[in-house]
Design a protein around this ligand. Structure first.
Ligand SMILES: [Zn+2]
Ligand SMILES: [Zn+2]
Length: 133
């Protein structure tokens, strides 16, 4: 599977996910990703490689020993590394290919925003909503 950042300068390849896919609703993920939750899965270092743009990576230590890696050009978060932990944590939404599995759990539900709505109560359009300008 391949993945990339928004500007496309950073590309990576991952051979397999090493955990279930999970939604993380923690406050740090919400802010880092500017989203109600972050969808993530573990990957083994030997199954992950940067294909291009690695020199553009920047990182931010959001809590002690926890380093969030993102594209220094477009800001897309791609990977998290925690000191002393063998696996990386991939930002699954940056995959350009279907990982072939769906999320199995949500973590940090205690931090979940009260306003998140999805499902049949939220009207869905294939692209923009009618009348969008
Ligand atoms: Zn980028
Ligand atoms: Zn989180």
């Amino acid at each position: 599977m391949k993945g990339s950042c928004l500007c496309g300068q950073i590309q990576y390849e991952v051979q397999a996910l090493a955990s279930a896919i999970q939604h993380c609703s923690c406050r740090s993920c919400r802010k880092a990703h500017a989203a109600a939750f972050n969808t993530a899965a573990a990957v083994k270092p030997e199954h992950f490689k940067w294909l291009s743009g690695e020199h553009l990576l920047k990182s931010f230590e959001s809590s002690p020993g926890k380093h969030r890696y993102f594209c220094g050009n477009c800001g897309t978060h791609l990977l998290k590394k925690t000191d002393g932990r063998e696996t990386f944590t991939l930002r699954v939404a940056t995959l350009d290919d279907d990982p072939g599995q769906v999320p199995a759990l949500q973590i940090w539900a205690s931090h979940a925003v009260p306003w998140l709505g999805h499902g049949p109560a939220v009207v869905a359009y294939e692209e923009w909503e009618p009348g969008h300008e």
